[in-house]
Design a protein. Structure first.
Length: 91
């Protein structure tokens, strides 16, 4: 049986996914919850989500995009104006 490695940035939890984005300018870390039911848009290959991130302290802006397969597993991630924080660095 083949077991797929867990994604290092996207943490599934119930009917949602959790990610953390570090903004480029100030380095502020912003936690984000992505709802499977209301925020994933269907595509021909699976699902897609795009979120604009505004850091509450510094008001830095970043744009997060994640593409998922048909089983809602992340296959591609991109952040403009920041970077994803690996789950192992979450405190």
């Amino acid at each position: 049986m083949f077991f797929r490695k867990r994604d290092e940035h996207v943490k599934p939890e119930g009917m949602a996914f959790w990610v953390r984005v570090r903004t480029e300018k100030s380095g502020e870390v912003v936690p984000l919850r992505i709802s499977r039911a209301s925020e994933l848009s269907p595509t021909q290959q699976g699902y897609y989500v795009r979120k604009v991130v505004i850091a509450p302290q510094s008001l830095d802006r970043a744009v997060l995009e994640i593409w998922f397969d048909r089983r809602a597993r992340p296959v591609k991630k991109a952040v403009e104006g920041g970077e994803l924080v690996p789950i192992k660095e979450w405190t």
